[in-house]
Ligand binder design. Structure first.
Ligand SMILES: N[C@@H](CCC(=O)N[C@@H](CS)C(=O)NCC(=O)O)C(=O)O
Length: 266
């Protein structure tokens, strides 16, 4: 029995959970939510009427919210990488930093991206300015906080780093971190270099998968990518090129609806 993840590869919250799964090479069935698999879409909508992804189903139980999913995995499918540290104080700090990345990096980043996807007449320039200010302030705070730290909470890669990777990956596209925030830029680079950032279409695929084989994202409803080498269709290099092509001509905003491909923004 292995858990099933309803997710989409372009969704930053799904990437957060995929990173956790890849960090520990946890077997799972990947149901890609998208037009190619209407059955997966309706199952997901029935599981979570708020239609937010990812959703994990395990042993008949639905687990909602990326952070809770990673906590669930740590509890039920513990791996070598303790994404929730055993020491309660360290676990508390990982949870706290996870909240920081979700609330003050992911949220304003998504605000800017989603605003860009709206018809021009419905854009919220005031809200976007606020989101940019929040990102600048959060970047400065993180840049100081990361002094002398390899990962978000110290020497170990945790839940907080799973949240940090997709949020900083995209945030830098919409609101540049810049050369002056050296520690934060270096931290982002370290995150993106981790093998589990295969989930972002970056770095190297999990060790079991040769880099030349690439990602499974092209096909819907594929099962766990780790042992399923045969089903890979999209070369890794194409995926990287695809990620690059997401950048619009002004080089800042990725035009792809990376978070709300299932429907227009509400
Ligand atoms: N707090 C949720 C956020 C999930 C979320 O907002 N997911 C986005 C994708 S990144 C989504 O489902 N968007 C669909 C939509 O807005 O229609 C979590 O941590 O899982």
């Amino acid at each position: 029995m292995q858990p099933t993840l309803y997710a989409h590869p372009f969704s930053s919250y799904c990437q957060k959970v995929l990173i956790a799964l890849y960090e520990n090479a946890t077997p799972f069935t990947y149901r890609v939510i998208g037009p190619d698999d209407p059955e997966a879409v309706s199952e997901w909508a029935a599981l979570w009427p708020l239609k937010r992804m990812p959703v994990l189903v395990d042993d008949g139980k639905s687990v909602l919210e990326s952070t809770s999913i990673i906590e669930y995995l740590a509890l039920h499918y513990p791996g070598e990488n303790k994404l929730l540290p055993e020491c309660p104080e360290a676990a508390l700090e990982a949870r706290m930093m996870d909240r920081v990345f979700d609330n003050y990096i992911m949220t304003p980043m998504q605000k800017i991206v989603l605003d860009h996807l709206r018809p021009e007449s419905d854009r919220d320039s005031y809200g976007v300015r606020q989101a940019r200010e929040m990102l600048s302030t959060a970047y400065d705070w993180l840049d100081k906080r990361l002094d002398g730290q390899e990962w978000a909470t110290g020497a170990a890669f945790t839940l907080a780093d799973c949240a940090a990777a997709p949020s900083l990956f995209y945030a830098d596209w919409v609101h540049e971190i810049g050369a002056t925030r050296l520690r934060l830029s270096a931290y982002r680079a370290r995150l993106l270099a981790r093998p589990s950032n295969y989930a972002l279409g970056l770095g190297q695929p999990p060790l079991a998968i040769p880099a030349s084989i690439g990602l499974l994202f092209a096909k819907p409803a594929l099962s766990n990518p780790i042992p399923e080498l045969a089903s890979v269709t999209l070369p890794f290099s194409s995926w990287k090129a695809h990620q690059k092509s997401l950048l619009s001509s002004d080089g800042i905003i990725p035009p792809h609806p990376l978070t709300c491909f299932v429907g227009a923004e509400k």
